[in-house]
Ligand binder design. Structure first.
Ligand code: ARG
Length: 572
């Protein structure tokens, strides 16, 4: 039960013309507990009610004093401060976690409406760089969050699998490449050939013509060109899939840029018919001067299409195919202009749903101490990043807990979790500097810390069950919440109560870091309780109550971790 809604619902009859959601939105959590558990700043109502804030606070106090789930109500300097009846509050919260389980925190806000998320979207035969790691992690978290809140989510990997670079790659392969080396080395070899092409083309410009020729062949469906292109795609996807497997990420559609080849002509025609296309020195573009943007290039001088052409076509296709409520593009902030232009062109075409297209931008990552080798290709580096993280966690486990079973599995869960969590630890738009020490710290505000706290809950529960299970002996059917009113227990229960609205906030702001920060707070709050309140005490009732809290924290941590793409090992 979300108490903001409970209070708001209770006040609706007294606040004529105001919606429950609006009232809930005005309620605040006071910065310190002396000012109540919830507070309504009544100055926000004085315009509508034409009354002084303090008078409103007094009126609402009189009304709220009748609620049997409130301990006390105060009207102070225009604020109406509410003190919850602690035991019924704690009872309510924990009971709802213990009955909802994996569903705790979910809501049916989406009612099955569709959201398309375009994320990851790496370029074939090019490095899967750290930027792609970020879009993959953020996109995957958004997918989980939207699904948890009742949306039907379509996950699209808009592969960069088309463009003149494939002509260059074919020429380079024919000149200097070997099939076996490509099979063995994968993308790094394709990248080497691509770089070599550029070096050689400086002194042998005729290579460029040959490359153009091969790309034209590819566009015309030439058998050899298509076979080679498909092979490059396959080699690249093999490598991308290794990273996706490690991260536990998958997609519903891999319709990349090439998918739109036969769909662009109709869109170009539509742009012409709508008189949006203008010729400029042989090229075709849509002018956006009125919106203070450079023009969007649609057709090149040589007749070829561009990134914009494909994105406009893709958006139209997605709207027709999925009838989305919103289409999200998780792409680095460097492409902001590209998306602003794309969305504007779609709006100019007369599609009012252009306003449902959202660019979810994120900042850069730099890697402290890790050397990027362009020659090798960052792909290798990224896989290294994950495998090194796993190896480091493996060492830590070996030294702390050498007798543990399935060390490899746990090292993978925690090692990968550390990288994901680190990525989601600050607002997405901020640049991040990756530091091994920070990411792998079991005590800092990291993934391993939260996962470790979750495992600690499991361990207490296991001890309570003679090592047999992590469930509550009676499934949590009965416990006396009045035994959980000491400072630490109550604080942890209050933290649990914030989970549902935290998930909702993360969705509204499309900001998974809101959940990561919440998880650190909950873990810290639990650890204060754990250090101050012995759980497996002799007093049967006390023990039962504390275990109910431990189980509730465990479920909440597990649900939150899952939403941002982390697993919850029972033992670390
Ligand atoms: N392939 C692009 C890149 O690596 C990202 C594509 C993002 N999605 C899109 N619909 N443009 O930069």
């Amino acid at each position: 039960m979300q108490y903001k809604h409970k209070v708001a619902g209770y006040l609706v009859p007294s606040l004529e013309g105001m919606e429950e959601a609006a009232i809930a939105g005005m309620l605040e959590y006071p910065p310190n507990p002396d000012m109540g558990d919830l507070s309504l700043p009544c100055f926000k109502l004085s315009k509508v009610l034409r009354k002084a804030p303090q008078a409103i606070a007094e009126d609402l106090k009189a009304k709220l004093e009748q609620a049997d789930w409130l301990e006390k109500v105060e009207a102070v300097s225009g604020y109406c401060n509410l003190y919850l009846k602690k035991d019924s509050f704690v009872q309510d919260q924990l009971s709802s976690v213990l009955s909802m389980r994996q569903q705790f925190g979910s809501q049916n806000l989406g009612q099955g409406r569709t959201i398309v998320i375009d994320y990851s979207s790496p370029n074939i035969a090019k490095p899967f760089h750290v930027g792609h790691l970020r879009t993959t992690i953020i996109g995957n978290a958004l997918y989980k969050i939207f699904s948890f809140l009742g949306y039907n989510v379509v996950r699209v990997n808009h592969l960069g699998d088309w463009g003149t670079q494939f002509g260059k790659l074919i020429v380079a392969y024919k000149e200097w490449g070997q099939a076996e080396t490509i099979e063995q080395e994968g993308i790094s070899e394709l990248l080497r050939l691509y770089v070599k092409f550029h070096d050689e083309a400086e002194t042998h410009p005729e290579l460029e013509d040959r490359a153009r020729g091969w790309f034209v062949k590819l566009e015309q469906g030439d058998e050899e060109a298509t076979r080679l292109w498909k092979w490059f795609v396959e080699i690249s996807l093999n490598e991308f899939n290794k990273i996706y497997d490690l991260l536990g990420v998958s997609f519903d559609s891999y319709a990349g840029e090439s998918f739109y080849n036969d769909k662009m002509a109709a869109v170009v025609q539509e742009l012409k018919d709508k008189q949006l296309l203008e010729e400029d020195d042989g090229a075709m573009l849509v002018r956006l001067d009125d919106y203070n943007m450079p023009p969007a290039l649609i057709i090149k001088k040589d007749g070829g299409t561009l990134y914009h052409t494909r994105d406009i076509t893709a958006a139209l296709y997605r709207k027709n195919t999925y009838d989305f409520e919103k289409a999200i593009y998780v792409v680095d902030a460097g492409q902001s202009l590209h998306f602003k232009q794309t969305f504007k062109v779609i709006e100019l075409m007369g599609y009012d749903w252009a306003e449902d297209l959202v660019h979810v931008a994120f900042g850069k990552v730099s890697l402290e101490g890790a050397k990027l080798s362009t020659r090798k290709g960052n792909v290798v580096m990224l896989e290294d990043l994950l495998t090194q993280s796993i190896a480091k966690i493996r060492e830590i486990i070996e030294s702390k807990n050498p007798d543990m079973e399935n060390k490899d599995e746990v090292a993978r869960q925690v090692g990968v979790g550390a990288i994901i969590f680190n990525d989601l630890s600050t607002n997405r738009i901020k640049d991040i500097v990756f530091s091994w020490e920070e990411a792998l710290n079991f005590d800092g505000e990291t993934g391993p810390y939260v996962q470790y706290t979750q495992a600690r809950c499991c361990s207490v529960l296991r001890k309570a069950n003679d090592g047999q299970s992590t469930e509550l002996p009676d499934g949590g059917a009965s416990f006396d919440a009045s035994l959980l009113l000491n400072e630490e227990a109550y604080a942890a229960a209050k933290q649990i109560a914030l989970f549902t609205e935290t998930v909702e906030q993360a969705m509204v702001k499309m900001e998974p870091s809101i959940i990561s920060r919440y998880l650190v707070d909950l873990a810290q709050s639990f650890n204060r309780f754990y250090h101050n309140c012995p759980i497996l005490v002799d007093d049967e009732e006390q023990r039962k109550a504390r275990l109910a809290l431990v189980k509730s924290v465990q479920i909440t941590l597990q649900n939150g971790l899952a939403l941002i793409g982390l697993e919850s090992p029972e033992k670390i």
